[in-house]
Design a protein around this ligand. Sequence first.
Ligand code: PMP
Length: 402
Amino acid sequence: TDGFDPYALRAQFPAFNASDWVYLDSAATAQKPQCVIDAICQSYMAPVANVHRGQHQASLSTTAQFEQARREVAAFIDANPSEIIWTRGATEAINLLAYSLSHTLTANDCILVSEMEHHANLLPWQLIAQRTGAQLVKIPCCVSTGQLDMDAYQQALTTRPRIVAISHVSNVTGTRHPIEAMTALAHRHGATVIIDGAQGIVHEPLSMQTLNADFYVFSGHKLYGPTGIGVLYGKPEALATLAPFHGGGKMITDVTFDDHTLAPIPARFEAGTPNTAGAIGLAAAIQWLKQYDAQAIDTHISDCYQSLLDGLKQRPAIKLICPQPHSTIVSFVVEGEHHADIAELLSQQNVAVRSGHHCAHPLIKALGVEGTVRVSLGAYNHQEDIQRFLTALDKTLYLLGV
Ligand code: PMP
């Protein structure tokens, strides 16, 4: 796209100035632009103070920045600031939901979860199902396409599950699930819809008004922001159904020795001193992203992704695992070779990819593999990264005698 310079974008990442490596593991975590690092540093260099506690100037100023960060995140996903709850990440947000919705579940209820979920969107539901007696029901993956079986989904909805929990984008196959249609269908059957946006939020502008899910969660660190900060978005009426999660400071308006009055939302779900620097850093990451035309970045990454897919397809030893036509993530295996050996040999050539089960054991088992090598892209990758990866892959295959 006119005016978009991928090299100028990449130059803002100190991680690439310092060393000559090929980073193809952005689905695990993204590198950080200088402005995000600066925002975090500045938040500690300015006189620090706790937020929402104290009348002194430093506290008021930190609180203002912290709440500005909430407004920034809200605007980014077309939501209201009162619908944004800070968490440590996607994992904590889903655990909060599972815990705080458990009072609505009985042994007669079921929770519908896809077979393609990251453990972060499976284990919290297993734990709550075990505690409440509710039944965990699977939306199966079609292993030839890497997509969810929509007939099975519709069938499962007729049993009127209480909760439907699905990812926006799979961290293994890169599949973008039809979350808008799935949400509408689930609502028709009275379910509460939870979307794990850890991978999805990164590569697609999103409106909570259009999506209409009850809850949407994501982590800051995959979105070029810091670790230890994440977001739980909830519709006001959905947030109102949640029981409190952590107890402590700031989640109450009044306390007696044996009781308390809950604070309004979002404070109700933010007990304890929050990760102020994390919130400010995430807001800086969003501001950084917003200076670019999202379409231009998407076109750039899509071009790189296409070269990656084409290159992999030209190598007969490579077996792609459900490659998706338009994505930023692709998994593959090499018959007879261990995924970890491939990643290790690539690493020796300064190429970083991920290998293993990607915290998605049920999906890996359904796909009939032991694990995969996963290549994933960020906005800072360029065509040379892809070419260097493919060259390193050829040497890897040669060394393995494939
Ligand atoms: N869901 C998906 C789809 C993910 O890819 C990840 C991170 N790998 C998570 C949830 C969990 O994110 P975090 O570890 O940042 O809480």
